[in-house]
Ligand binder design. Sequence first.
Ligand code: FES
Ligand code: FES
Length: 160
Amino acid sequence: MIKTIHLTVNGRAVELGVDQRESLTDTLRNRLGLTSVKKGCEAGECGACTVLLDGKSVNSCIYLSVWADGHSILTVEGLTKENGELHPIQQAFVEEAAIQCGFCTPGLVMTGVEIANSGKTYTREELRELISGHLCRCTGYENILNALERVVGRKENGTL
Ligand code: FES
Ligand code: FES
């Protein structure tokens, strides 16, 4: 059954008819062309499909598009400013070489944005816990943590 939903996606109002069983990943990738949203496990295990829904990270593969009706969604495509300036989290990933194949990167960046938006700072161990829902098959976790520490790291034992 098709249901009409209204979303705000990366600041743009969108009206769509979606199958009630359609995942938010499929809507964002296949209908709206937002291919930063990756399909990994499609079971809520790897974090590759993470987007922000009203500012909170969700695994879009296990989130139905009809549930998102009336809500605001942010993906990596919505982070870069019109002048091309990257979000501080994206910039930190570049500077710390926190990207290998890049498959996990969009999801981790979105969780990083959520962490940064909290306005708090975190220790490395706290950051490790906060990104524990993400799998990096290239195992680049240390550089990813270095990138997050640049933006939201807390000085601890003189390590930062
Ligand atoms: S693709 Fe959604 S959590 Fe893995
Ligand atoms: S950079 Fe390849 S999966 Fe993380």
